[in-house]
Design a protein around this ligand. Sequence first.
Ligand code: BG6
Length: 481
Amino acid sequence: MSFPKDFLWGGATAANQYEGAWDVDGKGASIDDHLRGGDGIHGIPRQVDIEFDPDAIYPSWEATDFYHHYEEDIALFAEMGWNVFRMSINWSRIYPNGDDAEPLEAGLAFYDKVFDCCVGHGIQPLVTLSHYELPYSLVERYNGWASRDLVDFFFTYAKTVIDRYHDRVKYWLTFNENNLGWSDRGTMLSTSMLQGFTGRRDEIHTTPQMRLNALHYQFVAAAKIVKYVHENYPDLKMGNMDAFLTSYPYTCDPADVLENQKHMRQHNWYASDVQVRGKYPAYAKAFWREWGAEPDIQDGDLELLAEGKVDFYSFSYYMSNTVTTHTDVEQTEGNMSMGGKNPYLKASDWGWQIDPIGLRWTLNEIYDRYEIPLMVVENGFGALDEVVVEDGIERIHDSYRSDYLKAHVETMGQAIDDGVDLIGYTWWGPIDVVSAGTGEMRKRYGFIYVDKHDDGTGDLHRVRKDSFFEYQKIISEARGA
Ligand code: BG6
């Protein structure tokens, strides 16, 4: 394999899906704490509850309880050979209402312990500042990211945690997958809520005007913190994070090729062009015309975008889809998206089409465009796992997950050979966590099984799956051990 010796190997999680302890030590409610679980296989979406129902289950409340298991979990990560661990900070653990005058010391102290534990195991944390998380109070009082006020609230929060942890955290990501503001699923209430793009007072915000503004405010907020870091901590590295929704023209009909170009711009390039190049792309105006709205660009915003360009590009990659102008193509699910079925690909139980070659293609496309270091910060396979007991020991024979992993690692190696400057890989959900899209536990991505189920039962004990040992082997071989 072609991976450099210092390549970053690890896994990725998010506080809202993993941490639990939703109201412990003064933490405020987050947007995701108001979401129930759905059923992804049968197309039942997550329900948003403004008021909590005492009889309902809210999956993020306990999740898989990293809060109380972090030492055990990080030790397991180290056993696999990781040197990086992607996680996110819960904004509402630091500022319970989002705009409090002072941060909560108990919340800050929790992440001190987590980062110290990582460093003690030779693992560097890679931290997402905002991963589908926002203090719910900001939604109630400001309509979430529909309000420009959030730029300053976010900056205060981000500055607080970077000032505190800069000695242990070198790599930071701003917003998780904000390019999904335009995905097909982005207009669903639960997805809007996950992105903090919806408000209690208006209940649902799906207008193009609101989305353009919310995204613009996030771009400005991201640029503001990137600029602050560059001026104050020149050794730190700041990245964007996009959900790369790779798509191909379904046919070689030029109309399909053109339609796919538009799809790629809207879903993939619009957000990253701003964050990597520091300005809106030329084609943005054509979209704004089509959508009948323009973002609320105020004096100083464009200068800030130019000053806050990221140092590296990070993205998630799970599947690919097809785009067509023809109406007879069967549709299937993707990551917060829909697309045409590809007859050359197989799909997971949730309809996500498995496409390792697409990862090589995607890495080359992104690197050709930006020529800055890349990280694959999410890639993974959600599946129904079965626990079997053999000689009194619990085992999970998840060869399907190992196959997916091996195939994608292979094409990443090929992309490096192609010339791509790929510096790291973090598998999504290396330990079972709540699914973001569906809120399900049964959609498992982990190399480590957690005894937690959709009905809220389970004692949270951890079990190494077969894929745990596969990843361990891959990392050790890649390092030439
Ligand atoms: C990514 C998100 O889009 O996909 C994660 O950043 C999410 O939060 C992951 O969990 C997998 O999606 P899902 O819906 O299967 O959990």
